[in-house]
Ligand binder design. Structure first.
Ligand code: BGC
Length: 678
């Protein structure tokens, strides 16, 4: 069995034959592996690699972080494009940009010789205090799903595996390694599963990363129900699972194998040779079970071309002007204009003489430094344009940049957070909901000196603003905008780019308004964190409880105006297999070109169990010139009206009335229509 092949003999083995069917190649290779080799393939080495099986020409499969760019080494020797943080990309509400991001970052993965990107992270933003909020997309399952599918498709278009993480209910960093997320089946089905499921069913994701935490009492890496039953059997996942780095720490070898964990990373622990052997000899798992896990891993190795002639694979590219331009486009389209009283923005470069640029984040460099840089999502860009540099460049020879607000026409304060521990960072949650006190003081003092003060937030999660928001006319959420952030911000402030980003997460007025913060057991919990809010996450909670948020889900202003009219629904009644067409005319009635995110929500008017007053079921981002009109069309079917019934343990749609709500945000509904399911 343990034959050592010559190179030419190896080339003639069936699994090396590119003309053979993928599954035949996989089965052939699997049949040639010894049990010891299967054990060897089950765990990683040197942080980012699998172990090669030289005898059979199985090379190392290499995987790197992360969600904002590829990081092949911890020291930053190898530079790569630093894209905007995930929350910024999501705030574009533009699935094309997510696809392009996925494709471009995968080109960089290819270029550095790797096979898998440890992204996208798609955990639901359950609380604004989660240290990794900036790495995730949304509080809403529908938006999360659309963007996740596009990202995975983009990544895999380059024959690079996406690794969808962290499966599942890894919604906080406090006690992340051990906490037990206690969550109801209905909340899993309606809120937490949909995006993960869609990456399997709509994008054929090649890999899933298991979470550190327990879900309803069982760790993610040994959770038979989550992995084998739901992911593999129910959803039809054909890829392989990999543990989060050391997420197997408190698990059991055989339980992980049986649950379907293919690969333990970063090194062998529960899957060490000894543990595997003993466990197997004691008949704690079967040959079929280990075969199934390895089969899945091999299949992806074939898919990424590990056995193919390098010449035939996409070459990839890194740090190209195209990637940098994409990073800037995402940053520009993800910036959210939160408030703009009196139309202070955009600034007119011809009229402004002096701008005071102040605040702790004006010189902020976001990339680099893995330890104080937000954790695993960090990468090292070849350059980075800070907010101040972006403004300097824009103002060159036209506007003087100074530091004293009292003699300036306009003051821009770059406030916000950073990736230090206790802020937007991995491994710990945020310590405070508000800005650091010295920043609040700075804002207050500055507005006394200059009423034309704009606050630009560089941050990755909702922040409390109650004690200063009324003092400033304009507030811009610029997120962590990647290597081109400074240029993107300057373009938005001066109107070269009309802002079109919309919030993917509700900004509460105070933390206690937020659904996970009703008690200590629901956040941060202790050994257990109880998801007591159930399906009422994000705006579903604010709407149900009638709480006024600071800025609602879907909110984001523009420098132009859009009118919504002529809502038409092509049928009044929907039956089982019908697809309903909903159309609405959007006109740009302002003076400049702009982009609008048209949002469709449904409301179940009569329901046997409680449902949220509004659920997002469609959105379209359109670009309109001044005066231009476009008809936006949405399609709805019965799935869009359904909910998960925990009594029947299934998705159901009940006969009766529904409302269709079309708006510019979840709290700015412009048109309402009716539909009946019969
Ligand atoms: C993070 C993952 C990351 C992995 C490898 C873990 O701590 O949770 O998101 O991909 O490390 O760096």
């Amino acid at each position: 069995m343990n034959v050592k092949y010559s190179d030419s003999k190896l080339q003639s083995l069936p699994f090396m034959n590119v003309n053979l069917d993928l599954d035949e190649r996989v089965e052939d290779l699997l049949s040639r592996l010894t049990l010891a080799e299967k054990f060897k393939l089950s765990s990683g080495k040197l942080m980012w690699h699998t172990k090669p099986i030289r005898r059979l020409g199985v090379k190392s499969f290499t995987m790197y972080d992360g969600p904002h760019g590829v990081r092949p080494d911890a020291m930053g020797e190898i530079k790569s494009t630093y894209f905007p943080s995930v929350i910024c990309r999501a705030s574009t509400w533009d699935s094309k940009l997510s696809y392009e991001f996925g494709k471009s970052v995968a080109e960089e993965v290819r270029e550095v010789g790797a096979h898998m990107l440890l992204a996208p992270g798609i955990n639901i933003q359950r609380t604004p205090m989660n240290g990794r909020t900036f790495e995730y997309q949304s509080e809403d399952p529908y938006l999360n799903k659309v963007l996740a599918v596009a990202t995975v498709k983009g990544i895999q278009s380059q024959k690079v595996a996406a690794c969808v993480k962290h499966y599942i209910c890894n919604n906080q960093e406090t006690n992340r390694l051990t906490v037990n997320s206690e969550v109801s089946e209905r909340a899993l089905q309606e809120i937490y599963y949909p995006a993960f499921k869609a990456t399997v069913q709509e994008a054929d994701a090649w890999s899933f990363m298991t979470c550190y935490n327990k879900v309803n009492g069982i760790y993610g890496s040994e959770n038979y129900n989550l992995l084998r039953e739901i992911l593999m059997k129910k959803w039809g996942f054909r890829g392989f699972t990999v543990s989060d780095w050391n997420a197997t720490a408190y698990t059991n070898t055989a339980e992980c194998v049986k649950a379907g964990l293919s690969l333990e990373m970063p090194t062998a622990k529960k899957y060490s040779k000894k543990n595997m052997k003993n466990s197997f000899n004691e008949k704690k798992f079967t040959i079929d079970e280990i075969n199934e896990n390895i089969r899945r891993l091999l299949r992806v190795m074939f898919l990424v071309g590990l056995f193919d002639d390098e010449e035939t694979l996409p070459k990839g590219s890194r740090n190209t002007p195209e990637h940098q331009e994409l990073a800037r486009n995402i940053a520009e389209d993800g910036i959210v204009l939160l408030k703009n009283k009196g139309g202070l923005l955009p600034l007119n470069i011809e009229n402004v003489k002096k701008i005071a640029v102040i605040g702790p984040n004006k010189n902020f460099r976001l990339g680099g430094d893995i330890l104080s840089g937000g954790g695993s999502s960090v990468n090292y860009p070849p350059y980075e344009i800070t907010p101040l540099e972006g403004l300097r460049d824009k103002c060159k020879n036209k506007v003087e940049i100074i530091e004293d607000p009292s003699i300036a026409d306009i003051t821009v304060i770059f406030a916000g957070l950073n990736h230090n521990h206790g802020m937007d960072s991995e491994g710990e949650d945020k310590e405070e909901f508000g800005l650091p006190l010295e920043q609040v003081k700075l804002i207050k003092e500055t507005t006394q000196k200059n009423s034309n003060t704009i606050v630009v937030l560089i941050s990755g999660s909702p922040i409390e603003m109650e004690d200063w928001i009324e003092l400033v006319p304009s507030v811009v959420e610029a997120w962590y905008g990647g290597m081109e952030a400074g240029t993107a911000i300057a373009n938005v402030l001066f109107g070269d780019v009309n802002p079109s980003g919309k919030l993917t997460m509700t900004f509460p007025r105070k933390l206690s308004d937020s659904p996970a913060h009703s008690s200590k057991r629901s956040y941060p919990g202790n050994d257990k964190v109880f998801y007591d809010e159930g399906i009422f996450v994000g705006y579903r909670h604010f709407d149900t409880k009638n709480i006024d948020p600071l800025f609602p889900f879907g909110h984001g202003l523009s420098y132009t105006n859009f009118t919504y009219e002529n809502l038409t629904i092509n049928k009044e009644k929907m039956r089982e297999d019908d697809t309903i067409k909903v159309s609405v005319g959007i006109t740009n009635t302002g003076k400049i070109m702009g982009k609008e995110v048209v949002q469709l929500y449904i409301q179940d008017v009569e329901s046997s169990i409680e449902r949220p007053p509004k659920e997002l079921k469609g959105f379209k981002k359109i670009s309109l010139k001044s005066g231009q009109m476009e008809t936006v069309v949405f399609e709805l079917n019965k799935d869009d009206l359904s909910f998960y019934n925990p009594i029947e343990n299934s998705w159901v749609v009940e006969k009766g009335k529904f409302k269709i709500l079309i708006g510019s945000s979840s709290r700015d509904i412009r048109l309402e229509g009716k539909l009946e399911y019969s």
